[in-house]
Design a protein around this ligand. Structure first.
Ligand SMILES: Cc1ncc(C[n+]2csc(CCOP(=O)(O)OP(=O)(O)O)c2C)c(N)n1
Ligand SMILES: [Mg+2]
Length: 339
């Protein structure tokens, strides 16, 4: 396969600015991994292998990947209820995420958490989170810890449009701005919070404009264009690492599935709207771009997809073969003397 990054000065489509160093094929691999992981999880959920609720990230892959490609292993991420993509993009091994969804002891949280409690401190992953907006002040806290240690670590908070009218959004961003903390606040604006259109929940739908209220830089990008997300994240992460404080990045995107598995996703969204966004699939467009720019051939991309399938098949076998957590350890991690 040719060099995976776009070479200096190349790039042809004219739609997005050319940015040197964008690792297009790596981005493609990660987005395919997330998409196929989610579709596999959907199937397994329907078959009864995965308990509880799952909220799939299908259609939004470019956001997690574009942002996390700019992060180092010891940078922090806080996530949401729709967080499998964030966990995979930040580097938790797919088999550990899969086993956690199955509730097995080999999962990243020991099988105690499931979809909305995926943790892996070694990957800098401070948890998916069932409480809307809760990850925002957590990221500010993680960034403060890094700042006090004198490290150059950056913290990223992912959250939805449903989070931006919560007090935690205001408090977290205001604190980070006031103390100049190295945080990137990433709003995944997919136009709905469950069934509630964002347009009916706020008078100011321009999330990025809210940065001005806190005195921090902000920008809004096409969240289905991984290169645009990557470029915005690169600017925001370098600013944070250089001690220049937080940035708010709004990524405009769409979930192509229901809110949670079991919600058909219709009723509150028209077929035409869903179809229009399906035509803007971030993975299909990236594949076309990679071919057009001769960064990979059809055969290269097909074999990359086969490799992803085999990683996922292994992950499912691993989860299926893994034991349940030991009931005798139910209180471990609950009380201090049980550590
Ligand atoms: C504090 C809180 N309030 C309400 C809920 C119920 N709830 C779960 S997901 C969700 C919608 C979240 O929408 P958004 O933040 O836009 O994320 P998306 O689901 O679109 O990715 C709500 C209201 C919750 N989990 N936590
Ligand atoms: Mg939303």
């Amino acid at each position: 396969m040719p060099d995976q990054s776009r070479a200096q000065g190349s790039g042809t489509d004219g739609a997005s600015p050319v940015i040197d160093g964008f690792p297009m094929i790596e981005a493609y691999r990660k987005m395919v991994l997330i998409r196929r992981f989610e579709l596999k999880a959907q199937d397994l959920y329907r078959r009864g292998s995965i308990p509880g609720f799952i909220h799939l990230y299908v259609g939004e892959e470019a956001v997690a990947v574009g942002i996390c490609l700019n992060l180092k292993a010891d940078d922090y991420v806080t996530s949401t209820h729709r967080g499998h993509g964030h966990a995979l993009a930040k580097g938790i091994p797919p088999k550990e995420v899969m086993a956690e969804l199955w509730g097995r002891s080999t999962g990243c949280s020991g099988g105690r958490g499931g979809s909305m409690h995926l943790y892996d401190p070694t990957a800098g992953f401070l948890g998916t989170n069932g409480m809307v907006a809760a990850g925002i002040p957590m990221a500010a806290g993680a960034a403060l810890a890094g700042q006090l240690r004198g490290s150059d670590q950056v913290a990223v908070a992912f959250f939805g449009d449903g989070a931006v009218n919560h007090g935690a959004f205001h408090e977290g961003i205001n604190l980070a701005a006031t103390w100049n903390l190295p945080v990137v606040f990433v709003c995944e604006n997919n136009l709905y919070a469950t069934e509630t259109p964002f347009a009916t929940a706020t008078r100011n739908r321009d999330v990025a404009s809210r940065g001005a209220a806190y005195g921090i830089p902000s920008e809004s990008v096409d969240g289905n264009d991984v290169e645009a997300v990557w470029a915005a994240a690169k600017r925001a992460v370098s600013r944070a690492r250089a001690g220049e404080g937080p940035t708010l990045v709004e990524c405009r995107t769409y979930r192509l599935v229901g809110h949670h598995e079991g919600d058909p996703g219709s009723g509150y969204r028209s077929k035409e709207e869903v179809e229009a966004w399906r035509r803007r699939c971030p993975i299909t467009s990236l594949r076309a771009k990679a071919l057009e720019e001769h960064l990979a051939s059809e055969a290269d991309l097909n074999s990359l997809e086969d490799e992803v399938d085999s990683v996922l098949a292994d992950a499912v076998r691993f989860a299926d073969a893994s034991p349940w957590p030991d009931a005798a350890e139910a209180f471990k991690h609950v009380f201090p003397d049980q550590r």
